[in-house]
Design a protein. Structure first.
Length: 324
């Protein structure tokens, strides 16, 4: 079966070898804030859509021969820091293919984290590049936003793509903490269910994890993300660190320039129009920065954990923190 317009939908490992399901998917799945959500919705409504499962290593030639646009830029982030808004602003232009947090790439890295397979640059590129296939003929750029914990593999990903410009989105760690405890991301869930994986993400020994509170663990993760980014900014060209506070105005200007996009005045306004809307649920109305809310919702345990890990951290003025 020809793999044209087939994209990775699922990956698992059998006997130390990655097995991947490639499915024929519509271009519309890239319009959603998170591509994996859109793929799952499409699959639920189209149970008989064409797909095939094969050993990735046995079929590398088939996958690498697919005509695709090379990645134009990567977005890494600490979670809950505006990266979805940034990617949605990029996606309003028909010439931009934006891949937001694909499950398959996290599944590949998850199995690397477990030790089921070893990170292979060729395998990783083959999978990721498959999403760069053109559907409309208008696509000229291909951007990828990774899931936050994928930062544990930042140096490997950048080594696999040394020429691709990249952005690191960050935010006050206390505000990120509050958001993560409201709706936990994978590392915080793993802290309770998979301490072996959680310890690797935080960069601390598994035995030492037992002495950490959830707040201390998450603060350790955020510090490791920041340290990894700082090291890679020195090691790899094309990196740019941005803050939640910079959004949305910085996207049509500095972000576009960093990614080599030359925008018309109309395109800049299209981006800004999307930037003024809610990132994940644009139908709900305008994007509103929630810095003040996050700061006042921080508990004493969160504040102490952040101050312990980040030397320049400080308790927000007037904080009504409660909790342990």
């Amino acid at each position: 079966m020809d793999l044209a317009h087939f994209m990775p939908e699922e990956l698992f490992v059998t006997s130390g070898r990655p097995q991947v399901r490639y499915s024929k998917l519509p271009a519309s799945v890239f319009d959603a804030p998170f591509v994996s959500h859109a793929i799952r919705e499409f699959r639920a409504a189209n149970t008989g859509h064409p797909s095939q499962v094969f050993d990735l290593r046995d079929h590398m030639d088939r996958v690498t021969s697919l005509p695709s646009i090379a990645p134009s830029g990567f977005v890494f982030h600490v979670s809950r820091c505006g990266s979805t808004l940034l990617s949605q602003m990029l996606s309003v232009l028909p010439r931009n293919r934006v891949l937001s947090e694909p499950d398959v790439m996290s599944q590949y890295l998850y199995h690397c984290l477990q030790g089921d397979i070893t990170f292979g640059p060729d395998e990783f590129r083959a999978l990721l590049n498959s999403y760069g296939q053109a559907f409309t003929g208008q696509e000229t750029s291909f951007f990828v936003k990774f899931t936050s914990w994928n930062l544990a593999f930042l140096d490997q990903i950048l080594t696999a793509y040394p020429a691709v410009p990249w952005i690191f989105m960050q935010r006050d760690p206390l505000e990120v903490m509050v958001s993560n405890f409201t709706k936990p991301t994978a590392p915080l869930r793993w802290f309770h269910t998979r301490p072996d994986l959680a310890a690797q993400i935080a960069g601390i020994p598994k035995d030492a994890l037992k002495s950490h509170s959830p707040e201390q663990f998450l603060a350790a993760c955020l510090k490791r993300y920041a340290d990894s980014c700082a090291a890679c900014l020195k090691q790899f060209p094309g990196g740019l660190a941005l803050s939640y506070c910079d959004l949305p105005d910085i996207v049509p200007d500095r972000v576009a320039s960093h990614f080599g996009l030359s925008l018309s005045a109309v395109e800049q306004e299209q981006m800004m129009a999307r930037g003024r809307m809610n990132a994940k649920l644009p139908a709900q109305g305008a994007f509103v920065a929630d810095i003040g809310d996050k700061q006042t919702q921080a508990t004493k345990a969160m504040i102490a954990a952040v101050q312990e890990r980040f030397e320049d951290a400080h308790a927000p003025a007037g904080n009504g923190a409660t909790g342990p």
